[in-house]
Design a protein around this ligand. Structure first.
Ligand SMILES: [Zn+2]
Ligand SMILES: [Zn+2]
Length: 289
């Protein structure tokens, strides 16, 4: 069965209505579509849902669920929830009491020295500007270490089902795991892999599914899915289950680049993906996705 739990719509930074996304999922043969709007944050953020719209969001997703269930598409209510230590966590009461079917836990923000924070998935020039404010001669290293520290804290804290885009911090780096090719850091260096694989280790025995996320590819921002093959192999060795995520921000992202996801999964040794349907997680063969 084809399923996607990472779907944005106009309640956050998606380009289409939830109804249009459901329509597209049905047309592409999906059996399950989970909505995962960017959660409300207690500070200004362009791409996130306003807290005041959370009830309206729930109503609309539930309405679509009733509309599509008879036509074979199960629609689930979720959120993509940030860990911003001291500000926002999947364990916050506002999310735990929101009646969600599932949650994605993600880290987008790292500390900006001196003041506040910045999202590592901003455009390259913006991130470059933020990095110029770091002290020391290796701002790229400071950024990825901070990112993976937060990702590790997210995994330890739990309160979510799916770990979002494991190595998002590489988004603008352009290294694609090849030695010496990264703009700010070497994705094949022992220090980088130590930081990333440490989080893969923290997932052992946890009830958390990791995603192969092709959202960056579908939007022309990345040439490969998240995570890299080296990280995915470690996840496989640690018996962490995976799901394929479109991280869709527009109808055409649903079903796009699935071949790349399947190919990467198989290269890492996976032959099945986890599916949440009818309130339960099960496994289906990659060939059925
Ligand atoms: Zn995200
Ligand atoms: Zn997302």
């Amino acid at each position: 069965m084809r399923a996607n739990y990472h779907t944005h719509c106009q309640f956050c930074d998606g380009r289409a209505s939830a109804a249009a996304m459901a329509e597209a999922a049905a047309a592409k043969g999906y059996g399950v579509l989970g909505f995962s709007s960017h959660c409300p944050l207690p500070f200004p953020s362009e791409g996130n849902m306003e807290l005041s719209r959370l009830g309206e969001y729930r109503e609309e997703i539930r309405r679509l669920g009733r509309e599509w269930a008879p036509r074979g598409l199960e629609i689930l209510l979720g959120l993509e929830i940030d860990l911003v230590p001291g500000y926002c966590s999947p364990n916050d009461e506002v999310f735990r009491g929101a009646g969600l079917d599932f949650a994605i836990g993600s880290v987008h923000y790292v500390e900006l020295p001196g003041s506040g924070r910045f999202p590592v998935d901003y455009g390259g020039p913006e991130v470059e500007g933020f990095l110029s404010r770091y002290e020391g001669d290796d701002p790229g290293k400071a950024m990825y270490r901070d990112y993976y520290r937060k990702l590790g804290a997210l995994v330890e804290g739990g309160g979510f089902d799916i770990l979002g885009h494991f190595d998002l911090v590489k988004k603008n780096n352009g290294g694609y795991g090849r030695p010496g090719e990264g703009r700010w850091f070497d994705e094949s260096s022992p220090d980088y892999l130590d930081a990333a694989l440490g989080v893969a280790g923290a997932l052992i025995g946890k009830d958390i599914v990791a995603e192969i996320n092709v959202g960056g590819m579908s939007r022309g921002k990345a040439k490969t899915p998240y995570p890299s093959l080296a990280i995915l192999k470690e996840l496989r060795a640690n018996r962490v289950r995976i799901t394929f995520s479109a991280d869709a921000h527009a109808p055409e992202h649903l079903g796009a680049n699935l071949d790349a996801a399947r190919e990467l999964a198989r290269a890492a040794g996976y032959d099945s993906v986890a599916i949440l349907s009818g309130g339960e997680w099960t496994e289906v063969g990659i060939g059925e996705t």
